[in-house]
Design a protein around this ligand. Structure first.
Ligand code: ZN
Length: 143
């Protein structure tokens, strides 16, 4: 049986993120500024370069992948929650290069925006906190 919370739809933000901003920090900064403590988001656009992470399930460690070239954001989805009282964004993305080759992973700091449009939906009436999970080694929703 899945564990869950039931919330309701709050504010809807349509956002143009700044060129040369750091994608992850900008998303977290915007959510923090607007007081969005739980939410879901989508971004499309392009980046000048990207840093993504892959989680190794056996070692319970992330490895980083640096992509130092212009890429399209083909798909980017994520959520907003809180970890140790801080608003954080958990974001996954698929990027495409000029040949249509794709790369994907967990968004990390160091991803530089070329252009990015975000839709952020606020989820109200829930407290979405993350806690460390021994089994996976990840900070998961505390449900
Ligand atoms: Zn992730």
């Amino acid at each position: 049986m899945a564990s869950f919370l039931e919330g309701s739809l709050g504010r809807i933000f349509v956002v143009r993120l700044p060129t040369d901003g750091d994608l992850l920090k900008t998303i977290e900064g915007f959510a923090g500024e607007m007081g969005v403590e739980a939410g879901v988001l989508w971004v499309i656009g392009a980046v000048r370069k990207a840093v993504i992470k892959y989680y190794n399930q056996e070692e319970k460690k992330y490895s980083r992948i640096s992509l130092n070239k212009p890429l399209e954001i083909l798909s980017c989805i994520g959520n907003i929650s809180k970890l140790e009282g801080k608003i954080i964004a958990h974001v996954h993305l698929v990027l495409g290069d000029k040949d249509g080759k794709t790369f994907g992973g967990h968004l990390d700091e160091g991803t530089k925006i070329f252009s990015a449009e975000m839709i952020l939906l606020e989820v109200k009436n829930v407290v979405l906190e993350r806690v460390y999970d021994e089994v996976t080694g990840l900070n998961l929703f505390n449900l």
